[in-house]
Design a protein around this ligand. Sequence first.
Ligand code: SF4
Ligand code: SF4
Length: 171
Amino acid sequence: MDTEKRLKTTGAASLTELHATKEYILPDERMQHPVAVIECIEAIPCNPCETACPVHAITVGSEITNLPVIDIEKCTGCGLCVAACPGLAIYLKQKNYTKDLSYIAFPFEYVPLPEVGQSVNMVDRFGLVVCEGTVIKVVKIKRFDRTAIIHASYPVEQYEHVVNMQRLARN
Ligand code: SF4
Ligand code: SF4
């Protein structure tokens, strides 16, 4: 499913398309804390990720259509780029959050928001449910008040596939 060329037809890149792009960097088990993963592989004029980063870990450069490149060694995992990206194309990820669980923080623009400790359905780049996750934290950054950042854990086997959670039903 995730091996097809999808970017031009759905707006979301498949793993095959991401893997073919040198700018796509997936942190491995050596990273001891969550860092930014950027899934932005279209040459569009955009750079809020670069300007939002307080430690200059993201570079777009003087040509604004360059693809953003992350230096994961510099990234502190603050999450400002996640909230700043208008394309919702950045997550924080850590592969080995625990022995069996990975960690993700992703932008979420829907209501209701989940509660800490709640079990939620984690989805892939095409909105398909791939596993269950547990919400660790719900953060709202004042500067980006329409986008919450949801932090969650989920099975390590789905590390690369999970990018968000399924919307919750309104009561
Ligand atoms: S998470 Fe923070 S430190 Fe890391 S790239 Fe994004 S803004 Fe920079
Ligand atoms: S802010 Fe988002 S959409 Fe814009 S260049 Fe950065 S990653 Fe891509």
